[in-house]
Ligand binder design. Structure first.
Ligand code: DUT
Length: 160
């Protein structure tokens, strides 16, 4: 994954939102909470934990769009702390989606407390691994990110 391109796109979007909404500060806590909320929305679409229901997951394109919302906030958090990089190390693989979600919730919380670059790297690697666990590859993730980034610009054009 060429993360530099994604960080560049994210920086443009974040700066635009910052200007449009007259923001000061880096909104670190809000971005962190937004990421946790997106993780919940993503888990809900996969229905991976709903042992009480026979209803299947949402279509993969719906799950992918939720997944790349999380990528947006992760990139945003990295930008807020100056942690942009081109490469992140591979994470270790997960047993299933539920295992991945629980691990990532822990890692988001740890990162929010420590705010270290090492913890950020670990979190990025884990989130990418979640993407693989959900059946996506880097190409799909990159394309979906670009599409949603465009949608986010369009929303700002419309005074969202
Ligand atoms: O500084 C920011 C703020 C937001 N976003 C992006 C991330 C995500 O892709 C989208 C917000 O999520 P979503 O599309 O779910 O927005 P919402 O306002 O929660 O929409 P809805 O109420 O329709 O779920 O905005 C950024 O990239 N940078």
């Amino acid at each position: 994954m060429n993360w530099t391109t994604l960080f560049d796109r994210q920086r443009e979007l974040d700066e635009r939102i910052k200007e449009q909404h007259g923001l000061t500060g880096n909104q670190f806590d809000e971005r962190l909470l937004a990421l946790l909320v997106e993780l919940g929305e993503l888990a809900n679409e996969t229905r991976s934990f709903k042992f009480w229901s026979k209803k299947g997951p949402s279509p993969q394109d719906v799950i992918l769009e939720e997944y790349v919302d999380g990528i947006h906030f992760l990139l945003s958090l990295g930008l807020a702390l100056g942690y942009e990089r081109d490469v992140f190390p591979a994470g270790s693989s997960y047993l299933d989606a539920t295992d991945a979600f629980l691990d990532i919730y822990r890692k988001v919380t740890n990162f929010g407390l420590s705010k270290t670059e090492a913890m950020y790297e670990t979190l990025m690697a884990a989130y990418l691994e979640l993407g693989y666990t959900l059946g996506f590859n880097e190409q799909l993730i990159l394309m979906a990110y670009m599409n949603k980034n465009e949608v986010n610009h369009e929303r700002q054009n419309q005074g969202y």
